[in-house]
Design a protein around this ligand. Structure first.
Ligand code: ZN
Length: 282
């Protein structure tokens, strides 16, 4: 799962670093990341000489909007990201994973890194930007839409399933993953095994507040949280990145609220891996 706060942090960084920059050269290092039927030459032609006007986010996808019209859609993830590469920095430490290079006036560049070459890049026209499937989110995006607690309450009643599974479902809220699903339930003091339709009004409010607080706090912290990669190692894994988390990855440690031991278990059916405090999450 591509995490929502991490994507927003990346958007903010790119906004600071590349908006207003003009692309002077484009290098496609690996045509495999381009969509089927696209050629490297198309990407060069569409991007060379254009200036980046804005970096927009929809759910967990980003788009670099071009001043002259059109956009490049990028779907970052645990194995794919965009990084600015300053002219004076020399060779990118992840050079073998760089699939696309956009070079700017002055020699700085934006690198698209993708360890698995899943092909998450696409060129669209300005008109297509609002209708492209990569940018449609089925679930709520609490960082932009701020659904009201009434809306959340209504959704919880309709869904009628266990909270932990529901939070991890991207058609409910986009980009929480295991990390923020566990963090939100801990912050709300709710057990992941509770049925979404059986919460009291006060519990819905607690869950609502927890969603907002945990996500905004994660953005403020600078994102960087990661889940263990499903296969092999996460190339961008930072061992210190999860330090601010209260419950995720902390099994056996004391709960920051009640000092009882945090537990890891697979809960629900189908089983969902979950970290929680069995004492104060009820
Ligand atoms: Zn506790």
């Amino acid at each position: 799962v591509t995490l929502l706060p991490e994507t927003e942090v990346l958007r903010k960084e790119l906004e600071k670093e590349v908006v207003g920059q003009r692309i002077t050269a484009v290098f496609v290092r690996s045509p495999a990341v381009l969509p089927a039927g696209s050629t490297p030459n198309e990407f060069v032609k569409a991007l060379e000489g254009r200036a980046i006007e804005a970096v927009v986010r929809r759910g967990t996808s980003l788009a670099l909007k071009l001043k002259e019209g059109g956009a490049l859609i990028v779907r970052p993830g645990s194995v794919a990201t965009l990084t600015r590469h300053p002219a004076e920095a020399g060779v990118d430490e992840h050079a073998e994973m760089v699939r696309l290079v956009l070079e700017f006036d002055g020699g700085d560049a934006l690198h698209y890194l993708d360890a698995e070459q899943n092909g998450a890049l696409r060129l669209v026209t300005t008109e297509e930007l609002d209708t492209s499937p990569e940018l449609m989110t089925m679930g709520m995006d609490p960082l932009t839409q701020s659904p009201t607690w009434r809306e959340l309450s209504r959704q919880l009643a309709i869904r009628n399933c266990r909270l932990r599974g529901l939070l991890g479902d991207e058609t409910f809220v986009v980009g929480l993953g295991d990390v923020y699903s566990d963090e939100i339930l801990w912050a709300a003091g709710l057990s992941g095994m509770r049925m979404s339709s059986k919460l009291s009004a006060q519990e819905v409010r607690r869950l609502y507040r927890a969603i907002q607080e945990v996500l905004h706090e994660a953005v403020k912290h600078g994102g960087g949280a990661s889940e263990p990669a499903e296969e092999g190692e996460d190339p961008f894994d930072d061992p210190l990145a999860n330090q601010h988390l209260k419950v995720y990855g902390r099994d056996g440690q004391a709960c920051a609220r009640c000092r009882q031991k945090i537990v890891f278990a697979r809960i629900d059916d189908p089983p969902v891996p979950s970290y929680f405090c069995p004492n104060c999450q009820t």
